[in-house]
Design a protein around this ligand. Structure first.
Ligand code: SAM
Length: 222
């Protein structure tokens, strides 16, 4: 078993994310990747939208959007956009979208949760629509080590890396000015056969890679 937890200023979500940290985290090209992969004006449902870091720019590109998150504190930061506070696994909106977005490596959850997330994607994607997924770089699992990285004024200190079978458990400190947040989380790798099997049992099929590093891909209804 592994645990997700977080600490630091402000509200922390059940999966350990700090609301204030996500509110200041800049986009890292995600909206452009999604927007470039889908038709202009396509409706987008984001599962696990947080503060709308990715969803807001997509709305600004002209996409009708809906964000889903289990954290009211996260959703309070995008009160000007339509949102639903719910768990992804059991979501039943009774409507479908041109695009379902599962970003932020949420798919690297444990296999049972991953399959539930994919089921939710399938239930909410329109016929002819597309599910856009961001996964952890497959190379990361073998290469991640404790260390320090400075980017956009955010100092990320990977404090602890533990390998438990194929799963990797990580503790990261994020330092911004005089504020520090800690996030402990796990990541489960997904090999190609597992992905194909899980997509098939969700009623989805692999479509195409969007990036050379294999972190972004699309799937469609089978
Ligand atoms: C890492 S944050 C990413 C937020 C946003 N996608 C971004 O990139 O800025 C993950 C978000 O997913 C939400 N989340 C995680 N697991 C969830 C679940 N099972 N159901 C609903 N929301 C979930 C968390 O509350 C958090 O806001």
């Amino acid at each position: 078993m592994s645990a997700h937890y977080g600490s630091g200023p402000g509200e922390i979500t059940p999966d350990g994310c700090a609301v204030e940290f996500y509110d200041l985290l800049p986009v890292m090209g995600e909206p452009e990747i999604v927007h470039g992969a889908v038709p202009a004006g396509a409706s987008i449902l984001e599962l696990g939208c947080g503060t709308g870091r990715i969803l807001r720019p997509l709305a600004e590109y002209g996409h009708p959007v809906l964000g889903v998150d289990e954290s009211p504190a996260m959703l309070a930061r995008l009160s000007d956009l339509p949102t639903v506070c719910a768990q992804i696994e059991s979501l039943e909106l009774d409507r479908v979208f041109d695009v379902v977005l599962l970003a932020s490596t949420l798919i690297n959850a444990d296999p049972e949760q991953r399959r539930a997330f994919l089921g939710t994607c399938r239930r909410h994607v329109a016929p002819g629509g597309v599910v856009v997924v961001q996964q952890t770089d497959p190379n990361w699992f073998g290469t991640v080590e404790p260390g320090e990285h400075l980017h956009d004024g955010i100092r990320r200190v990977i404090r602890q890396v533990r390998r438990a079978g194929r799963r990797v458990d990580v503790v990261v400190d994020y330092h911004v000015g005089d504020r520090t947040w800690t996030h402990a989380f796990d990541r489960h790798p997904i090999d190609q056969d597992e992905l194909m099997a899980d997509l098939a049992s969700a009623g989805l099929r692999f479509d195409r890679l969007l990036t050379d590093d294999h972190t972004w891909f699309t799937t469609r209804r089978a």
